[in-house]
Design a protein around this ligand. Sequence first.
Ligand code: IPM
Ligand code: MG
Length: 367
Amino acid sequence: MTTPSLLILPGDGIGPEVMAEVRRIIDWFGAKRGLQFDVSEDLVGGCAYDKHGTPLHDDTMAKAQEVDAVLLGAVGGPQYDNLDFSVKPERGLLRLRKEMDLFSNLRPAQCFDALSDFSSLKKDVVAGLDIMIVRELTSGVYFGEPRGIFTEGNERVGINTQRYTESEIARVARSAFELAMKRDKKLCSMEKANVMESGILWREVVTEVGRDYPEVELSHMYADAGAMQLTRWPKQFDVIVTDNLFGDLLSDLAAMLTGSLGMLPSASLGAPMENGRPKALYEPVHGSAPDIAGQGKANPIACILSFAMALRYSFDQGTEAARLEAAIEKVLADGLRTADLMGPEGGIPVSTSGMGDAILGALDASL
Ligand code: IPM
Ligand code: MG
């Protein structure tokens, strides 16, 4: 079997420093578990713009299409805020998602036991929370045409278009049902069928796909009510499927329920390639946090958990993924905290690399 390939795109802000910890974890799996990866590294976002004048060079795009998985840190920073829209760091990420056709974005929101006091919600509302948001990632208002800022009469008008085809809805719905089958067999679809035609179609197509999954209990909710229910009693949900924009909002909301954005990974999956693996990009849900970049304050856990998702979804290494997740649970239970996790109850403060050291130590102890 050929060595699986991994393209690492650390990006901007805290991206490089959290990714440095992931590289150490990858090396550990190579040395201690015989899991070798053919790792290459490249630029995305503002750093790519600085070097090439584009947030994603065509060569990097081509590489991303060829590898078994892409692991991305974060993109963006205030120094890029005034760039032309077409070369903003985010466009690099959006191009990767679109051209790799990564339509199914898995965003788990899981509350780690050691952090259940840390949520802004009451402990019993979040303790044990484990939900998965499946966000459509390659269509909807993010990409719909027409779009732009136009002049009508004597004023400007900004236009974006929410557009979904049946097949786009059906494929993300199917991925959500498949996931629900492996979990609690409960799926809630969220849209705004009360005001949007695209929402009406969304509801119809999800219902149709659901006929192939009679064991899955399917429900529908308007996305605004969904946001309310997520904050009221999130444990009523298991898998949620929703469109690109609602998924963007609801996944931030769900992430915060769990106590820290710095903890949550994501997987963006496309159709299976010839080798049977899905096209895939893994990235933390958090952004580039330019305010703390370069200070050793960033929490590397979301990025490390993104690699755990890669082990599980791209490389069929569910047992090793679980080993890594357990190592993270262990260091949290031991009280180690990066700055973002330091709540009123205190803890043992660690830097980015200190957290990496502790996770490596827990991995060693797991052998
Ligand atoms: C996300 C981010 C991105 C999005 C930005 C950085 C383009 O918010 O991944 O949730 O809006 O999709
Ligand atoms: Mg977002």
